[in-house]
Ligand binder design. Structure first.
Ligand code: GAL
Length: 454
């Protein structure tokens, strides 16, 4: 597979997010975020710490002080696009009032990107809500729509050289894991917080899309969605029905309202009548003509019918029970998933360009005598890119691909063991080391690696 097959205008980039890489959690006037608070929770003998090995995001890669080095690496690998996020609590410590020093940090990143001919793509919300706003209800408070709008408008005002904006990163994950299962910050559980957070996230996408475009119609404003490919364990009708329900809960619920199809909730018995009404009452407001859709796919999941749970009659079959092709996240390595995801999206006939804004693999990369030989990651990228190309060849409008991730980082509740980077980070010394996969990308992209770069 040659890079030219993707076409000259196809863009190549790498992604990171603020909470996972910046460290410096209270430097430069930054306020606390829900993830700072989540990591600060004490371990008690009857209650485990929410993060594996009781890790803390403040010990991540210190991108705050190493951003130039990381952008140098990105450039030398051969990427021309860089996706990163703004920590809302860095630029607005209480969620509403400006901290200039915070904006200056992002202005320096943007300036450094542009100086190096790298195009910035900024995610406005990658899960690190200011704690002050969570104390007022966070995503369950309808006011979030105004808080997010004010924050986003301020960001585009302070970063006028940035054209590409991603509104929210994967609502299904921050709403599902943070407000239903309680395994991500802010650790809330239940159907009611889930319903509210889901609806408010969708309202945010809609309102702020129009706000930003009204201020500057030339901006390229999209949003990123998680799309997990769902299959049933076999072709038995009740298992297929269960897989359909799982697909609705995991994918469609978060995407279809935004494309004007409303909430697909008729068959969801888990939601009460009043919860359904809450979603339905202004679902007609949600249709948003996003300039692009950010597609994030990592794996597939399998489901079957579960007669024991009449409210939610589905059973998830964990990947570890069905395959040995697992990543450090215990996710199945299944390249056709990204192809099926792209094909399914094209069937909506939206006429909206797609960008893969995340795709990657977590391994347990260790530095040996010959560096970091992450061949499994190279194979992962080769096979997934082939599937992207297959979809593109069939006419799907895919305009770019961002790897997850540029550097090893804090993998939320999983802590530091799963390493997703093309660049290894020693979390103690903060030393960066390019992995074999970074060298592979460099060759694939046809750039010459600067040998002075270590
Ligand atoms: C996505 C998320 C990223 C990263 C990745 C790998 O859901 O946007 O922040 O953690 O998954 O798990």
């Amino acid at each position: 597979m040659k890079v030219d097959r993707f076409g000259e205008s196809f863009i190549w980039g790498a992604s990171i997010s603020a909470a996972q890489t910046e460290s410096a959690t209270d430097s430069g006037g930054k306020g606390p975020s829900i993830w700072d608070e989540f990591c600060n929770r004490p371990s008690r003998f009857f209650k485990k710490h929410p993060i594996k090995n009781s890790e803390h995001l403040k010990n991540s890669a210190d991108f705050y002080n190493h951003y130039k080095k990381d952008i140098d690496h990105l450039k030398f690998i051969g990427f021309k696009h860089f996706r990163f996020s703004i920590a809302w609590a860095r630029v607005m410590p209480d969620g509403e009032n400006i901290n200039l020093e915070g904006f200056e940090f992002y202005q320096s990143i943007v300036a450094y990107c542009l100086k190096n001919d790298i195009t910035p793509w900024i995610t406005l919300y990658h899960w690190d809500l200011p704690l002050a706003l969570e104390k007022k209800g966070g995503w369950t408070n309808p006011e979030i729509v105004n808080w997010f709008d004010h924050y986003s408008k301020t960001c585009i005002q302070y970063l006028p050289n940035v054209k590409n904006w991603i509104l929210l990163n994967e609502p299904s994950v921050f709403v599902g894991a943070g407000y239903f299962f309680g395994i991500h910050a802010p650790g809330r559980k239940g159907v009611t917080p889930f319903i509210k957070a889901l609806h408010h996230a969708n309202l945010c996408i809609n309102k702020t899309y129009y706000s930003l475009k009204n201020i500057n119609p030339d901006l390229n404003v999209g949003s990123s969605f998680s799309f997990t490919h769902i299959e049933s364990t076999d072709s038995k009708p009740q298992n297929k029905k269960a897989a359909k329900l799982a697909d609705t809960l995991i994918n469609r619920l978060f995407f279809e309202p935004i494309i004007g199809k409303g909430y697909p909730i008729e068959n969801i018995k888990l939601f009460s009548k009043s919860q359904k009404n809450y979603l339905k009452k202004d679902e007609y407001l949600l249709k948003t003509p996003l300039d692009f859709i950010g597609v994030q796919n990592y794996t597939r999941e399998l489901f079957k019918y579960n007669f024991l749970n009449p409210l939610l009659p589905i059973k998830h079959i964990p990947a570890s029970k069905r395959t040995k092709e697992l990543t450090m996240m215990n996710w199945e390595i299944h390249p056709p998933s990204i192809y099926h995801t792209l094909i399914k999206l094209s069937q909506y006939q939206l006429n909206t360009p797609l960008y893969i804004t995340e795709n990657g693999i977590a391994l347990n990369d260790v530095i040996g005598n010959n560096g970091i030989q992450d061949y499994q990651r190279i194979i992962f990228y080769q096979s997934h890119l082939q599937e992207v190309l297959n979809a593109k060849d069939e006419g799907v409008d895919i305009k770019g691909y961002f790897t997850w991730s540029l550097i090893d980082n804090f993998e939320w509740a999983e802590g530091y063991e799963p390493r997703f980077g093309l660049i290894h980070v020693d979390f103690v010394t903060k030393k960066r080391t390019l992995k074999e996969s970074a060298q592979w990308f460099n060759q694939f992209l046809g750039r010459k690696l600067d040998s002075t770069l270590k």
